[in-house]
Design a binder for this molecule. Structure first.
Ligand SMILES: NC(=O)C1=CN([C@@H]2O[C@H](COP(=O)(O)OP(=O)(O)OC[C@H]3O[C@@H](n4cnc5c(N)ncnc54)[C@H](O)[C@@H]3O)[C@@H](O)[C@H]2O)C=CC1
Length: 409
């Protein structure tokens, strides 16, 4: 892509402006924004008519697919001149697409369908120069994704099969599943995975791991069945020991920095307690010098489905304090504010979007510097991908930093 231009401000200092290609790409995206749905439908129609074999990479029902492509494009367009961001974001996307069966040979057809859809709906701004900018942009995007996938192929499988070894229904709509992967699954406490069930082929959802890596290699997930949540309902009400699921690679950076012994303050709302529990186990495994406060929020007392486990951990580890909070008592972020300030802590948040957002505000107001606040916006992905809250929570300062997978979520 062409490099950024620069201008000078009133003091003569140079300010980097967007590159000419970024200006042209953004102009196209602005023009199509009001008809984004039509562009997306036309893109997929072109893709599947011209390359019918690619249809098999996508789920049967395309409604879960809707906004993904456009959201990824907007993210890239917004940061087009930031090569470090592009390498990280698109590298993650390229690796993540291996599990869908995406190959290097598929990329040109996608690029042609994309440009075909843009030509049709960006009539006002489209010209030869714009087309050349889009071709350069797409070539760069696809090459980063292809290279990242090829590099990953040399060291990790595209997916893992995982057998359900236990299924524990904790409430009428929450199950704790234990899985045995068919090969060692390398992850860190606080990370999440993508998962596909045999009942909804090519429909993938995100779930955080509820335990730190264990010597026996087993994995644990907490799943809440949500209305219209195909995958979550199948996992809670249908999955049984012996069923085999597929897992994508681990992702997420809500992990503990073991180079320091700073204390932790953790907020887990609902099934958002899952990765928080994994973090507590991780701290325990790395020594016990750190103070850890866990605020566990639920709507009602009986929704605190993992309280027994947390109390057991609290009894074992004197450095751990667990604070259950129900809505009748007070909102979870409020309880954290009242117990603060937290100036010397690292903070971790996991749960519904609203809780995470409010929690961040409270933590900032209670003295925690922004760079010490970690969270993964899984709830954000659920909203984008399905219109339902079907995830078990992705990390980043901004939701757009989360790689939104273009194919089959
Ligand atoms: N790594 C992550 O970020 C993870 C996120 N999650 C997300 O957590 C959510 C769990 O859902 P449920 O169990 O149904 O939780 P829930 O809806 O029962 O709420 C749990 C807690 O969050 C509080 N809360 C909810 N909305 C709030 C708001 N707008 N402002 C302040 N507090 C709020 C509730 O008062 C309660 O204390 C899902 O959206 C899931 O995607 C789940 C696992 C991991």
């Amino acid at each position: 892509m062409d490099g950024p231009t620069s201008t000078t401000d009133g003091t003569g200092a140079r300010i980097a402006g967007p590159s000419p290609d970024a200006v042209l790409v953004r102009r196209t995206l602005e023009e199509i924004a009001p008809v984004a749905d039509k562009v997306t439908s036309y893109f997929y129609a072109l893709l599947f008519v011209r390359s019918p074999a690619l249809r098999d990479l996508f789920p049967a029902a395309m409604d879960t697919q809707r906004d993904r492509l456009l959201k990824a494009l907007l993210t890239v367009a917004e940061r087009m001149d930031d090569s470090a961001f592009l390498a990280e974001y698109l590298g993650h996307l390229g690796r993540g697409h291996r599990k869908y069966g995406v190959e290097a040979a598929h990329y040109p057809a996608v690029g042609e369908a994309l440009i075909g859809a843009l030509v049709r709906y960006a009539e006002r701004s489209w010209d030869a120069e714009t087309e050349a900018a889009w071709v350069r942009a797409y070539t760069t995007i696809s090459q980063i994704m292809i290279d990242a996938a090829a590099e990953d192929e040399a060291k990790a499988p595209a997916w893992w099969q995982a057998e359900v070894v236990s299924h524990d229904l904790r409430t009428p709509d929450i199950a704790v599943l234990t899985l045995r992967p068919d090969a060692p699954y390398p992850f860190l406490a606080g990370q999440y995975t993508t998962l596909e069930t045999p009942w909804w082929p090519r429909v993938w959802r995100h779930y955080s791991f509820a335990s730190a890596p264990r010597p026996d290699g087993l994995l644990t997930l907490h799943v809440k069945s949500v209305p219209a949540g195909w995958v979550s309902q199948a996992l809670v009400h249908r999955a049984r020991p012996g069923d085999v699921l597929r897992l994508g690679p681990p992702a997420g950076s809500m992990t503990v920095d073991h180079a320091t012994d700073t204390g932790l303050v953790c907020l887990g709302g609902g099934t958002g307690i899952a990765p928080i529990k994994a973090l507590v186990e991780d701290v325990a495994e790395h020594g016990d010098r750190r103070r850890v406060d866990v605020f566990y929020g639920a709507r009602r007392g009986h929704d605190l489905y993992d309280m027994d486990t947390l109390l057991r951990l609290q009894k074992t580890f004197p450095w751990l304090a667990v604070h259950p909070v129900t809505e009748a008592q007070c909102p979870l972020p409020e309880a954290v504010r009242e117990a603060g300030p937290w100036p010397e802590r690292d903070a971790y948040l996991s749960g519904p979007l609203g809780m995470v957002r409010e929690g961040i505000d409270v933590l900032r107001g209670s003295g925690v510097p922004t760079e010490r606040i970690r969270h993964d916006f899984l709830a954000e992905l659920a909203v984008v991908g399905t219109g339902s809250a079907e995830v078990g929570g992705v990390h980043g300062a901004h939701p757009l930093d989360v790689p939104v997978e273009v194919v089959a979520q």
